[in-house]
Structures are given as structure tokens and as C-alpha cells.
Design a protein around this ligand. Structure first.
Ligand SMILES: Cc1cc2nc3c(=O)[nH]c(=O)nc-3n(C[C@H](O)[C@H](O)[C@H](O)COP(=O)(O)OP(=O)(O)OC[C@H]3O[C@@H](n4cnc5c(N)ncnc54)[C@H](O)[C@@H]3O)c2cc1C
Length: 546
């Protein structure tokens, strides 16, 4: 399972040759795509730096294993927000992958692109080249769709997109119950329209996770011009005036410098990319001066506009012993599930962070859905913790286009210090209303006839929580993240935009940001597929610009 071993290690090379055409910082969803595409024709030398280790942890490759990685600090940055005013002052745990593959090695594996209108909105806000028609070819280029190619899907790309293997009656009943409440069946959330209820597809192949390290790095492992360094924490971009020259990184206790002949590409994710820029002197001048960092460029937009999808869960007690709780809590059933997976790559261990789901509008006047439901055939008090001892299942509400905006700011000039993360969940009336109305519609589905033979009672929030005010209080008390932070180095044309439409950092030379942080605003769905699309498109732009 070791993705790194076959790669050539840059650190073993002599100082004179410690120079590459491209240096990519962060081997996550985006960074692995860049490393593959930029090194493909053999003409460019590429160094990929990753702060975390190789992806040798076995749980990375088992879909249900994401629960084991949720709080594993060997592969996870395990950030926390500051106390959130909209969530009763609670801090919210923020897992982020710190390993080859980045968050795509620890995520919930769901393949959801968002709505066509998300990208058309990006284009309408001045980001030419990023409308749905512009980005669709890159989604297709990345994809190896199990169902075959059509107008919306591609085959033969590095990223396998597969149907669920494990048949689950509860998930089927959820889709039928949604239909009973007027939400039609939709067999493809990534096709002509997202609206409706159906099964998710996942980034897996034959029951194993396809992280971006598996999909993009492994096929490139024999290339002599691609060098991967793990346990290498980038601390600073070195500038000559406004030109980015090199990346200074810490590895095995030593400080090393890798020069980039052509460009430096920051792909460290929505938290670490703005952090690295700020540490390098690119960010709000007052913040940099406060921490004694020389200002290279006063860029107030770096770390601004942080957005995230919140989730609010409804937990149901199930009448039948068919949930994952029943399997995991029963020694024999647990062993059988493990053996089945080991032998055939089938069974409950192939389940991702949602089996079925739904996209609907909380207000008929909306043009497109504003809520996503993730349905899970198990339940727990908090994500990543022990499953309940009773038979239970979960469905969560996620508002797709939150208005609330937060910020990411360094806490100190120490590169190893976690940044200060403020999301400001539920800061606006639109966000509060969408969550409450979303919960009300979800409850209708969960109490529809198709699910009635499975439902004993609603455990959380519980029948006593019935008024809008009580539901909002529940959101504040129990709401948390669904792990989609974006937009901290936003693309755009306004004074707070950090990158232009070719993802070049405005006001600087030789430096781009390519990851979740460049999204002008959040897409209406999960973020891995869109980020892989962004990196596919960026790769073409980077090579064209040379
Ligand atoms: C628990 C969880 C569940 C999720 N579930 C889903 C899902 O089901 N479907 C979906 O579509 N999305 C999901 N997501 C979100 C999705 O995985 C992320 O949005 C996406 O992977 C982010 O890609 P990225 O390239 O922006 O950053 P990342 O993939 O996080 O990559 C950043 C990389 O940079 C490295 N790095 C950071 N700083 C430095 C530094 N200074 N030096 C060197 N390296 C550095 C990091 O270690 C990391 O490997 C989930 C995320 C999490 C955490």
C-alpha cells in the first residue's frame, strides 16, 4: 500500500540539482492531479511536497475505514474552529487529510459535482472559462464512470466512479419515502439535473478507495521526472521581490529549499494554503506585521471568505436489526463482515459516508435545491465515535449555499501552529431558515409510509423538539461540519480576490493556488470531484502558459 516507495526522493539528490520546473505543495485531491498531469510528457521535472506520510495505513483503502481515520493524528491535521457564536459558542472539529491523497484519503468517498448553475454562477461573477460548459470536459476527463460514457460522464480517466456494491434495504426505503413526499427518484445526481432522491456514486474501484494518490500518483510512479517527498512541511515561499522562487520546507529535522524554474503551485487545502501564503508574507498586512512577518504583498483577501457546509443530523431508532450498528456491535457479525470484505471486497465495509441521499428546495421560489440529505444506515452520538448500541440510522441536513462567511488567520509565525479558523455558521437569517425548513422536510421523509416498518422513534432531536425555535436551537446545539471548507484564496476580479481566472496569485509572479481555496463560492454538493476538476483544468492552463 505504499505509494511513495517507488518515487525518487528529492532529498537524496545533490544540492546543485535541487531544482525543479514545478514545485507542488500538498499531495491532496488537487496536488496529486497536478503532479501527474505536469509530469506526463516527461519534459518537466516536478517535486510534490507532502507534510504527511505515505498512504500505508490499511484503513485508508477500505471505504468504511474513514471512521477509523477521523481522529487519527498520524494522517489527519485534526483542526478545531474557534468558539462559534452561532453554535452556542462550541468549537467544531475539522478533520483534514495529512497523508498522500490528502483529504481524499480520509473522506467519505461520495462523488457529487454540484449543480450546473454553480459553475454558471462562477462565470457570471466574472470568472470566464469556469461556466458549466467549460468545466464539464474536465469532469469527464478525470472520470472512469462504471456506467459508461454519456453526455455528462467520461470513461478511461484516472478517477473511478462506481455504484454502491452493498445492497441496503434502509437506503432503498429512504428513496421510496422521499418519493412519497413528492421528491422524485433521480438515478444520477451528476447528470442533467441534481434534484431528487437516489443512490450516491463513490470514488472507489472494486470495493477499494480511489483517493487522488491512488488514482493519479500511483500510475505516475515510474516517471523519472516526478519526485515525491513525504513528511515534508512547507514553511515559506521564498520571493525575489514579487517573484516566487523557491519553497523552504522542514523534513527530518532539517530545513531544505527547493527552487522552481517555472512555477510554484500551492495545493495545501482551504486551511493550509492561506496559512502558507500568510507565513510567506502574502496576506492582510496588519496580521503579518502583528506576527513579525515581512510583507511581500498586502493581500487582505488571503484567508477571507471561508465557507463550509454545516450538517445537522437526525438519528432514528430502527425496528429491525439490519443497521451497521447491529453488525459492528455483534462480534460474530463483525468478523463475518470483515472476512467477506477480505475475500470478496463486498459487504458493509464498502459503505461510504452516505448510501442514498436527496436534493430538494426548502422554498418553491428557489431555482435549484438548497438542501442535500446524506442517509446513513448507522448512528452515533458524534461522527467518528462509537456506534450506538441500539439499531439506528441517520440522515443529515446540509444547506448547500450558505451565506455565512468566516476567516482563516495565522495564530503565530510558527508554521507548525494550527491556524485560527472561524466559520461563523448560521450567521444569516437565510442560513438559519434553510436549516430549520430542511429539517422539517427531512422529518416528513423519515415518517413517510415506506420507512414506517423500520422506524421505532426519532432519537435526536426527538419528538419534543417541534417548533421552529426549538429546531433552530437544536441546530445550534448539535450542528457541525460536513467537511467542505473552501474559498479562502478566492478566484475573482474584486479587491479581495486572491487568484485570477488562471489561478495565478494576483500581484505576484510564478505562483498559483490550485485547490478548494480558489472556489469563488461553495458548490452545491460534495467538494472532492469539483477540486479534482479544478486541478485538471489548472494543469492544462499551466502547461499552456509555458
Ligand atoms: C472527513 C471528511 C469527509 C469528506 N467526505 C467527502 C465526500 O464524501 N465527498 C467529497 O466530495 N468530499 C468529501 N470531503 C471533502 C473533500 O475530501 C475535500 O474538499 C478535498 O479532498 C480537499 O482537497 P484539497 O486538494 O483542497 O485539499 P486536501 O485534499 O486536504 O490536500 C491538501 C494536502 O496538502 C498537505 N499540506 C498542507 N499543508 C502543507 C504544508 N505546509 N506542506 C506540505 N504539505 C501540506 C496536506 O497534508 C494535504 O495532504 C470530506 C472531507 C473530510 C475531511
Amino acid at each position: 500500500m505504499n505509494s511513495e516507495a517507488p518515487f525518487r526522493a528529492a532529498a537524496n539528490r545533490s544540492p546543485e540539482t535541487f531544482e525543479f520546473d514545478y514545485v507542488v505543495v500538498g499531495a491532496g485531491s488537487a496536488g496529486c492531479v497536478l503532479a501527474n498531469r505536469l509530469s506526463a510528457d516527461g519534459k518537466n521535472s516536478v517535486l510534490l511536497l507532502e507534510a504527511g506520510p505515505t498512504d500505508s495505513n490499511l484503513w485508508i483503502h477500505v471505504p468504511l475505514g474513514y471512521g477509523k481515520l477521523f481522529k487519527d493524528k498520524t494522517v489527519n491535521w485534526m483542526y478545531q474552529t474557534e468558539p462559534e457564536p452561532g453554535l452556542d459558542g462550541r468549537t467544531v472539529f475539522q478533520p483534514r487529510g495529512k497523508v498522500l491523497g490528502g483529504s481524499s484519503s480520509i473522506n467519505g468517498l461520495l462523488y457529487v459535482r454540484g449543480q450546473h448553475e454553480d459553475y454558471d454562477r462562477w462565470r457570471q461573477h466574472g470568472n470566464s472559462g469556469w461556466g458549466y460548459d467549460d468545466v464539464l470536459p474536465y469532469f469527464k476527463k478525470a472520470e472512469d464512470q462504471q456506467r459508461g460514457a454519456d453526455a455528462f460522464h467520461g470513461t478511461g480517466g484516472p478517477l473511478p466512479v462506481s455504484d454502491l456494491i452493498h445492497a441496503d434495504p434502509l437506503s432503498e426505503a429512504f428513496i421510496a419515502a422521499a418519493a412519497e413526499t413528492g421528491i422524485p427518484n433521480n438515478p444520477d445526481f451528476n447528470g442533467a439535473s441534481q434534484e431528487g432522491a437516489g443512490f450516491f456514486q463513490t470514488t472507489t474501484r472494486q470495493g477499494r478507495r480511489a483517493s487522488s494518490a491512488v488514482a493519479y500518483l500511483r500510475p505516475a510512479k515510474t516517471r523519472k521526472n516526478l519526485h515525491v517527498e513525504t513528511s515534508a512541511l512547507a514553511q515559506r515561499i521564498v520571493f525575489d521581490g514579487r517573484k516566487a522562487l523557491a519553497v523552504e520546507y522542514r523534513q527530518a529535522g532539517g530545513l531544505r529549499t527547493a527552487r522552481a524554474r517555472k512555477e510554484i503551485l500551492i495545493s495545501s487545502g482551504a486551511y493550509n494554503s492561506p496559512q502558507l501564503l500568510q507565513l510567506s508574507g502574502v496576506g492582510p498586512a496588519e496580521l503579518l506585521r502583528k506576527h513579525g512577518i515581512d510583507v511581500v504583498l498586502d493581500a487582505p483577501g488571503v484567508g477571507h471568505d471561508l465557507q463550509d457546509h454545516m450538517q445537522v443530523r437526525v438519528v432514528m431508532r430502527c425496528a429491525k436489526r439490519i443497521t451497521l450498528n447491529d453488525i459492528v456491535n455483534h462480534p460474530l457479525r463483525r468478523i463475518l463482515a470483515g472476512a467477506r470484505y477480505a475475500a470478496f471486497r463486498r459487504g458493509p465495509l464498502t459503505i461510504a459516508a452516505g448510501t442514498s441521499g436527496a436534493f430538494f428546495k426548502t422554498n418553491p421560489r428557489l431555482a435549484t435545491p438548497d438542501i442535500q440529505i446524506h442517509f446513513l444506515p448507522f448512528s452515533t452520538d458524534k461522527m467518528g465515535e462509537k456506534l450506538h448500541s441500539f439499531s439506528g440510522f441517520t440522515a443529515s441536513v446540509c444547506q448547500l449555499r450558505p451565506e455565512s462567511r468566516g476567516s482563516l488567520r495565522i495564530r503565530s509565525a510558527d508554521p507548525s501552529a494550527p491556524p485560527e479558523i472561524r466559520i461563523n455558521y448560521l450567521a444569516t437569517e437565510v442560513d438559519r431558515t434553510a436549516n430549520v425548513e430542511g429539517l422539517k422536510i427531512l422529518r416528513k421523509i423519515l415518517h413517510a409510509p415506506a420507512l414506517s416498518s423500520y422506524v421505532v422513534e426519532e432519537v435526536e432531536p426527538g419528538a419534543k423538539v417541534s417548533t421552529d425555535e426549538a429546531l433552530l436551537n437544536y441546530c445550534r446545539a448539535r450542528g457541525s461540519t460536513i467537511y467542505h471548507p473552501t474559498s479562502t484564496c478566492r478566484m475573482g476580479n474584486d479587491p479581495l480576490a486572491v487568484v485570477d481566472q488562471r489561478l495565478r496569485v494576483r500581484g505576484l509572479e510564478g505562483l498559483r493556488v490550485v485547490d478548494a481555496s480558489i472556489m469563488p463560492d461553495l458548490v452545491s454538493g460534495n467538494t472532492n470531484a469539483p477540486i479534482i476538476m479544478i486541478a485538471e483544468k489548472a494543469s492544462d492552463m499551466i502547461l499552456e502558459d509555458r
